[in-house]
Design a protein around this ligand. Structure first.
Ligand code: ZN
Length: 178
């Protein structure tokens, strides 16, 4: 079982007591340790991505983990946007519109990362009669809705950052478990 599977099992497990027959708490400890060693957001990403079920619905209705994740992620995106000077923020108006843009980028990148499957083929890339899905051209990925140009480019960047954060979190947590 990979780390993500073990983590999912542990998070969903009703019995978190650690005993001789029960090692479900190990992945949780490893995740916590990996967080201490790393970026802090990894365990939350893992929890929301693998353990909260139907992410798309949850993103709309809002779960506690997801709300927390979105807050942390938005703060990160604002930090990155400023560091990388995505926008000029010289005036109050600039800064206000920059905040709005950062927020949209944070929300869209997180939503796409959590549930970026092509709705026509549910992410398989094929139709039911095994032909290549036309809307996604076989990639299985949905278009990022409502964004274009500069914003779309930044949303894509942030989707890869999220994926990178999760991968390095899983690698660290996996390393601790071994
Ligand atoms: Zn498709």
């Amino acid at each position: 079982m990979g780390f993500a599977d073990r983590f999912l099992h542990a998070v969903n497990s009703t019995n978190l007591q650690d005993d001789a027959h029960h090692h479900d708490t190990d992945p949780l400890c490893a995740a916590a340790l990996a967080d201490t060693a790393g970026a802090g957001i990894g365990s939350l990403l893992s929890r929301v991505k693998y353990a909260d079920g139907t992410q798309h619905k949850l993103f709309e209705s809002g779960s506690a983990n997801l709300a927390q994740l979105l807050r942390i992620w938005t703060a990160r995106v604002i930090e990155k946007g400023r560091e990388r000077k995505w926008l000029k923020e010289n005036t109050a108006w600039d800064s206000d519109s920059a905040q709005k843009l950062y927020r949209r980028i944070a929300e869209r990148s997180l939503a796409h990362w959590l549930d970026g499957k092509c709705p026509a083929c549910s992410g398989s890339g094929n139709t039911a009669d095994r032909r290549i899905c036309a809307p996604c051209k076989g990639t299985g990925k949905a278009e990022i809705a409502g964004a274009g140009g500069f914003e779309l480019e930044k949303v894509k960047d942030m989707v890869s950052e999220l994926e990178g954060l999760l991968q390095s979190h899983n690698a660290r947590a996996g390393g601790i478990l071994r």
